[in-house]
Ligand binder design. Structure first.
Ligand code: FAD
Ligand code: UDP
Length: 490
């Protein structure tokens, strides 16, 4: 088989490269992928409850790079999701990155206030300090804080995740999650953040859906390489594997995911529902009062109010019966709210010349929307980290990524267990391990790579770098510019 470009790996890197090179329509491109799907570790799918699951761990897109954001936005619309993470510390859920809110959660008020002031004085509000940097502090109070955060947030998690202590790894690893002198609870502060509206797989599929791109799934490059002819090879797999581990094996870390569909607990917010129902009832009385002055004799208005009152009391009943499961209650509420909002709209149309009535109706509609979005969840945020307890590092609840998943009686979670990577047939090298001696070994392979004129190495595995998705895209776009230059294409 003869191609202009053969790309090994249909992950984000391989697919960005394919998309860019496919712009030259006379060029024939083949992507070879050993898994049975595209998108590499960004792969996602819908489960039986229509919830989008990230098969290889939670993926949140975040970047300050406008070009990368614009590039990806050609292929997807975005769910404007902002990631929040809490860590399970001494039985409490504490915001991570550890910030001023976390300090107030973990220390008595006066001590917390002192630490907060000391941090602001030393570093300024808004500063981010890596934990290993903070541990060099002379100030007694700040050193106490550093030791606390190191012990409670970083040590256990890092040993589980990497099988190394924080100080044995490149500082950049733990610096990803710095101590943050701020009240901002978000995991990332990047300007552009989100999750592809229809998922990563759909987004990536759109990139490579081109007549001059062929895709070969379930195929290891090693098994077909002798049958292929090409001008250029773009390799996104493991750097050391390409060279038959000539200098020895580069270490990687792997993961095991335990997926579970969980029944949502009996509704925890039935109090909220009852309160909302009471408010609704109150509003209905208000409307009646206002409108009876204006439209004293209107029969249809009276009918609408009666229906609404009826609905509201049913809502109250439903919420007080809610010792049952979410499903029953939610179905009931859903049905009632649908009728209520229809009737309110009708009322608005009938009496749109009454400003007061219109205002109250609008407020009621907003309240109805409010009730609708109060969900029951397995955990309060998408990601809860377990630095100290259990063998897993984190639990992701996928339902949080998309709005509105307001009524679900089942949710989907994944527990994430770090495990060694031993080059077994079905093992996945999720993470290069950023460590001095590993980087040096990777550099030796990179010297070999430079000697190959018709092969480009790009990607998290091929560069042996702990890249986020935006970094990978920037890297892949840059590699394509070089390839095009080499071939006299612009
Ligand atoms: P991969 O996704 O690994 O793709 C490489 C592909 O090549 C794979 O499909 C593999 O099967 C295939 N392949 C390898 N060797 C061969 C071969 N010999 N023959 C055929 N095919 C081969 N980034 C973020 O920005 N935000 C996040 O929230 C985030 N969360 C993450 C969570 C986890 C648990 C992990 C592991 C990563 C996360 N990332 C995140 C990083 C993101 O996954 C990577 O940046 C991105 O997937 C890298 O893409 P890639 O194509 O280089 O690598
Ligand atoms: N980390 C930690 N405790 C936490 C969160 C992160 O010790 O609660 C450390 C850990 O070493 C982890 C690294 O910070 O591997 C980077 O965290 P990140 O959330 O970026 O990891 P990823 O999502 O890439 O697995």
């Amino acid at each position: 088989m003869k191609f202009d470009y053969v790309i090994v790996g249909a992950g984000l890197t391989g697919c960005v490269v394919a998309e860019q090179l496919s712009k030259f329509e006379n060029k024939k491109i083949l992507i070879i992928e050993k898994r049975n799907h595209i998108a590499g570790n960004c792969y996602d799918f819908r489960n039986e409850n229509n919830i989008i699951i990230h098969k290889y761990g939670p993926h949140i897109f975040h970047t300050n790079n406008k070009k990368v954001w614009k590039y990806l936005s050609q292929f997807t619309e975005w769910e404007k999701y902002q990631h929040r993470v809490q860590a399970h510390i001494d039985g409490m859920l504490v915001p991570v990155p550890f910030n001023i809110n976390s300090i107030h959660k973990c220390f008595p008020m006066t001590v917390a206030r002192e630490i907060e002031l000391a941090l602001i004085k030393k570093y300024r509000y808004g500063a981010k300090i890596s934990i290993l940097e903070l541990r060099k502090e002379d100030d007694e109070l700040l050193r106490m804080l550093a030791d606390y955060v190191y012990d409670k947030v970083f040590l256990g998690y890092t040993v589980k995740q990497w099988d190394f202590r924080p100080e044995e790894l490149d500082e950049s690893v733990t610096a990803r999650i710095p101590v943050f002198v701020s009240r901002d609870d978000r995991y990332f502060q990047d300007k552009y953040q989100g999750i592809p509206k229809l998922g990563y797989t759909k987004m990536i599929k759109r990139m490579i859906n081109k007549p001059n791109i062929q895709l070969l799934l379930n195929t290891d490059f090693g098994t077909v390489k002798n049958d292929l002819q090409y001008e250029k090879l773009i390799f996104t797999g493991m750097l050391d594997e390409y060279f038959n581990f000539e200098y020895g094996k580069l270490p990687y870390r792997s993961l095991r995911f335990e997926f579970e569909t969980v029944d949502l607990p009996p509704i925890a917010n039935s109090k909220d529902l009852r309160k909302a129902a009471d408010e609704l009832l109150n509003d209905i009385y208000n409307i009646r009062q206002v409108s009876s002055e204006v439209f004293n004799d209107s029969k249809s208005l009276r009918e609408i109010y009666n229906t609404l009152i009826n609905i509201s009391s049913k809502l109250t009943d439903a919420s007080s019966e809610s010792s049952g499961y979410t499903k029953v209650l939610i179905e009931r509420v859903d049905e009632l709210l649908k009728i209520a909002s229809g009737l309110l709209n009708e009322a608005k149309m009938l009496f749109d010349d009454s400003d007061e009535l219109l205002k109250i109706s609008n407020e009621m509609l907003m309240k109805i929307t409010d009730i609708r979005i109060k969900p029951s969840r397995y955990q309060p945020v998408a990601q809860v980290n377990y630095p100290n307890e259990y063998d897993y590092t984190r639990i992701t609840e996928f339902i949080h990524f998309y709005f509105p998943y307001y009524y679900q009686n089942q949710s989907a979670i994944a527990r994430e267990y770090p495990i060694p990577f031993n080059h077994g047939a079905n093992e996945i090298p999720y993470y290069p391990i950023p460590k001095k001696e590993n980087n040096e070994l990777a550099d030796k392979y990179k010297e070999l790579a430079k000697e190959l004129e018709n092969v480009h190495f790009v990607g998290r595995l091929a560069d042996y770098k702990y890249y986020n998705m935006d970094q990978i895209i920037e890297r892949a776009l840059g590699a394509c510019r070089i390839i095009n230059r080499e071939q006299g294409q612009t």
